[in-house]
Design a protein around this ligand. Structure first.
Ligand code: THU
Length: 119
């Protein structure tokens, strides 16, 4: 989270995904002057995992400040879903530690995923 590049929103987010291989991959949000080109923390963590050769997510952790829970945006729920099933747990943290945990199925019910395409 501390390494996030967020000069426009000033809202720094960190994410970590644990792959089936046991390794933890980190990411942070990286914003852009052309706003829509910014990248969420979850997306960069997933990219790091895939680059390393892992394609299964077993657990996710997201950290951000502010009073409200920093739950993943809709697009990132779908990004996580590409590599994880409904049962995996997504932990939402603040700077002080764990705030709440959800299953991916709670965050993205009745989801569309790779299985819909026969993958
Ligand atoms: N952001 C994330 O990186 N992950 C989330 O789950 C929510 C939002 C980022 C995107 C943008 O850089 C900033 O937080 C404000 O929306």
């Amino acid at each position: 989270m501390d390494r996030a590049y967020a000069p426009y929103s000033h809202f720094k987010v960190g994410a970590a995904v644990r792959g089936r291989n046991g390794k933890v991959y980190g990411g942070c949000n990286v914003e852009n002057a052309a706003y829509p080109q910014g990248c969420c923390a979850e997306a960069s963590a997933i990219s790091a995992m895939v680059l390393d050769g892992e394609q299964v997510i077993d657990e996710v952790c997201i950290v951000g400040a502010g009073e409200a829970l920093v739950t993943p945006c809709g697009g990132c729920r779908q990004r996580i879903r590409e590599f994880a099933g409904d049962e995996i747990v997504v932990h939402i943290c603040g700077p002080e530690g764990l705030r709440k945990s959800f299953t991916l199925g709670e965050l993205l019910p009745a989801s569309f995923g790779p299985q819909n395409l026969g993958n």
